[in-house]
Design a protein around this ligand. Structure first.
Ligand code: NAD
Ligand code: MLT
Ligand code: K
Ligand code: MN
Length: 352
């Protein structure tokens, strides 16, 4: 029996609802499979922890987490209690950097059984590859002066190493998929970073044959997400562009609550981290109405990461069957609570 040792961080808000519920399903899946088991260690790092300790994690928090095979995270953030940049940089964003999770994979796919005005009758299946360690997300800069003279400076950082890394990864992925790669750019308005990004894209392209490519400005690309999502295969984007596109990806699928993501460490030195695209949703926390599919689909990505693609497919297929039977949480127009959805999924999986 293979033991996979994961760190579990439910975090804040609905993370505390969808993570424990998803663990019930993960345990059942490992039982059904019979060949592996998740050993789980729970970490309470959250805004509650901050209120008690003045920081989101203990000083050796990263060290503790680095010992695990993977991190399964819900969401961090409660801006009424802790400023978002503090809460996120001390946890998710810091972890992505420290653990060199340079790639963030965010699949976007029309699921059976979901209708939405944005989706219409379109079918699509693509993946956003988000640069995950630098770009527009940087701590370089500062604020000076007061009142009317106040200045805030935020410097973007685009290294050749990370830019080439993410673009090359996306080319390889397109090569394994349907041979089309779209790059999000904004080389009209951003004078230095995006012309550089485009140049690296064009240089990398020369290494690959038979990949259809397009460079599309982020504003137009956002519109195409809505009007022709079926035209995409792989999309490569900088940190901020990829962040924004992936919520839009959730919206065209029918709900931000179903979008999954995987923060991938490629060099094997640190664990990868699996968390849904959505945040802690303080507006719906405590009502048992959060959609757990984003967290579950994220669990599927984690299963694939450890080589259990088949059982991951079983999970997503069974979710689709439930959706077709109108077993849905309110964000998708249904009347199932989080727990009731998981109960229904549990029963259906047990019958397989
Ligand atoms: N990686 C992360 O941990 C992460 C990601 C995004 C936002 N955040 C943080 O979460 C907090 C809230 O951020 P936000 O409101 O911008 O984004 P959000 O994703 O938490 O919520 C946006 C909207 O989508 C809805 N929603 C989100 N997930 C849902 C689900 N599973 N089921 C049903 N509805 C769902 C919410 O109710 C809300 O109306 C902030 O503190 C933010 O910084 C953290
Ligand atoms: O900006 C971020 O990366 C945090 C959150 O919005 C996410 O998408 O994970
Ligand atoms: K999240
Ligand atoms: Mn986001």
């Amino acid at each position: 029996m293979r033991k996979i040792d994961i760190a579990v961080i439910p975090g804040d808000g609905i993370g505390r609802e969808v993570v424990p519920e998803s663990l019930r399903i993960l345990d059942l899946l490992s039982e059904i499979h019979g060949g592996f088991k998740f050993e789980k260690k729970l970490y309470p790092y959250s805004c509650d922890y901050y209120e008690e300790h003045g920081k989101m994690m203990p000083d050796d928090g990263f060290q503790q987490l680095s010992q695990h095979d993977a991190i399964f995270l819900g969401a961090i953030g409660d801006p009424k209690r802790v400023p978002d940049h503090i809460a996120l940089w001390q946890t998710v964003i810091g972890l992505r950097r420290e653990f060199q999770q340079v790639i963030n994979l965010r699949p976007v796919k029309s699921l059976k059984g979901i209708t939405s005005p944005l989706r219409g009758d379109k079918n699509f299946d693509f993946i956003v590859v988000r640069e995950n360690s630098e770009g527009e997300y940087s701590q370089v800069g500062g604020t000076i002066h007061q009142d009317n003279d106040e200045i805030a400076i935020q410097t973007n950082v685009f290294t050749r190493k990370a830019t080439e890394g993410v673009i090359d990864f996306a080319f390889q992925l397109a090569n394994d998929r349907n041979h089309k790669l779209t790059s999000a750019t904004k080389s009209n308005g951003l004078y230095h970073s995006m012309p550089f990004w485009n140049r690296v894209f064009t240089e990398t392209e020369a290494k690959y044959e038979d990949i259809e490519t397009e460079l599309i400005h982020i504003d137009a690309l956002s519109a195409f997400f809505v009007t022709k999502p079926e035209s995409f295969d792989v999309i490569v984007a900088s940190n901020l562009f990829g962040d924004i596109l992936s919520d839009l990806g959730g919206a065209i699928m029918g709900s931000i609550g179903i979008a999954p993501s995987a923060n991938i460490n490629l060099n094997g030195k640190y664990p990868s981290m699996f968390e849904p695209v959505h945040g802690s949703a303080p507006d719906i926390y405590g009502k048992n109405i959060a959609n757990p599919i984003g967290q579950l689909w994220t669990a599927k990505l984690m299963l694939e990461h450890f080589g259990y693609e088949e059982i991951g497919n079983l999970l997503l297929n069974t979710i689709e069957e439930l959706l077709v039977d109108n077993v849905k949480t309110p964000d998708l127009g249904g009347n199932y609570g989080t727990t009731e959805f998981i109960d229904a999924l549990f029963e259906k999986l047990k019958k397989q």
